[in-house]
Design a protein around this ligand. Structure first.
Ligand code: SAM
Length: 375
């Protein structure tokens, strides 16, 4: 049975609002927003719910999930894939999400270099030998700046009617606050971390002495990470199996930058063209409702206007025959285009071959025709 669901069934006289699992995820999300880690690993990620929440934290660029149960990870992993909107409007941020099948009792180089590691309701599922190995793997080998560990506080169970031993049949143990804190303090001491204790899920008024329903330890590495990890990464054997990988489109990737820029350039040039044509039309009130006549008149207007609008200023758009010329400099002066490419030279380089440019590369060429037909 889903453990988060079962926890809700136990509520009896206690109602957690929001549900306890959501409070745990929110706790992690708040920490992420506070410390802004770029690389986060969630150990014992189960059906990837926390990963799905964290994918929206803009500071995170690498998100990894690990679980010993492959099928549970696969249940909802598709939710971690990019959506059509991510391709339509790529952002500057890059994001890669990877899921691995494996055990926290084993070291794998893919787990090196993380800023934050979360272990939410995981340790109570570990067999004795796995629990023994766990600190060495997480604190000794992975050695992230921050580790978050949550686990049930058994002292709270007296408030759950019907719970005789542990909250879930798969729990190998449940600790009281003293047991968890002594394990955490010893682990922190061994691996040179400090630890702060807190929790989520308040007891009802008058019963606060049992502590939080979920106890949490947040560990902070005292010394900066050694630069040796890259070396050990190469020399170690991989033991985890990758089961999912999603690379989100990002403007850091030239392919997506180019597509976004070309779209932006064309829509900017279209706006400039429309406003220029509107302006010319209003100057020639004699244009009547008849489309064919209007077309002919437009042509003559434009030919006259080419003389008038001859490139006096290098940024002025103009019409010559059926073509509107919009200088790249003008397009570049629009903030969004400017932000995307940075320099005029880069703009030219990125759009060349994707739009029609004048032979000197000075202006973007658009036909007046479509506009007239639309009208
Ligand atoms: N962290 C998730 C959450 O808060 O929603 C789910 C926690 S679930 C209660 C515990 C998860 O730990 C299960 O998905 C289980 O398969 C996983 N697990 C148990 N032993 C493990 C191990 N040795 N290595 C990795 N994952 C393990």
């Amino acid at each position: 049975m889903d453990e988060n669901f079962q926890e809700e069934q136990f509520r009896g006289m206690i109602k957690f609002t929001p549900p306890l699992s959501k409070q745990r995820y929110q706790f992690v999300k708040d920490l992420v927003e506070k410390y802004k880690p770029q690389k986060v690993a969630d150990l014992g990620c189960a059906d990837c719910r926390l990963l799905w929440i964290l994918k929206f934290c803009s500071c995170i660029e690498v998100l990894v999930g690990l679980d010993i149960c492959e099928s549970i990870m696969k249940e909802k992993m598709h939710r971690l894939s990019p959506l059509p909107g991510d391709y339509l409007q790529p952002t500057e941020r890059s994001l890669t999400i990877t899921l691995y099948h494996g055990s926290v009792a084993h070291e794998d180089p893919c787990m090196l270099g993380f800023d934050m590691v979360t272990c939410i309701e995981l340790i109570e599922h570990l067999e004795e030998l796995e629990l023994k190995k766990f600190p060495e793997v997480v604190f000794g080998f992975m050695a992230p700046s921050i580790v978050v560990i949550s686990t049930p506080n058994i002292e709270f169970n007296m408030l759950f009617p019907g719970v005789t031993l542990f909250r879930h049949p798969d729990h190998k143990f449940e600790w009281n606050r003293a047991q968890f804190q002594s394990w955490a303090l010893e682990t922190a001491r061994c691996y040179d971390y400090s630890v702060e204790f807190t929790g989520v899920g308040h007891a009802p008024r008058g019963m606060e002495n049992v502590g939080f329903c979920t106890q949490i330890g947040v560990f902070f590495r005292k010394c900066p990470q050694t630069s040796g990890f890259a070396q050990s990464e190469n020399s170690r054997e991989t033991v985890y199996k990758m089961v999912f990988k999603a690379v989100y489109p990002s403007l850091k990737d030239e392919k997506y930058l180019q597509n976004t820029l070309v779209g932006e350039v064309i829509s900017t040039a279209q706006i400039i063209k429309l406003s220029l044509l509107d302006h010319l039309m209003s100057e020639h009130e004699e244009c009547n409702e008849n489309t064919t006549e209007r077309k002919a008149q437009l042509q003559s207007c434009f030919s006259k206007d080419i003389r008038k609008l001859a490139i006096e200023k290098s940024m002025e758009s103009f019409v010559n025959g059926n073509v509107v010329y919009v200088p790249l400099k003008t397009i570049f002066s629009f903030p969004k285009v400017n932000q995307l490419c940075g320099t005029l030279e880069r703009l030219h380089k990125l759009i060349a071959g994707r739009v029609t440019l004048s032979s000197d590369g000075y202006a973007l060429m658009l036909s007046t025709e479509h506009e007239n037909e639309e009208n």
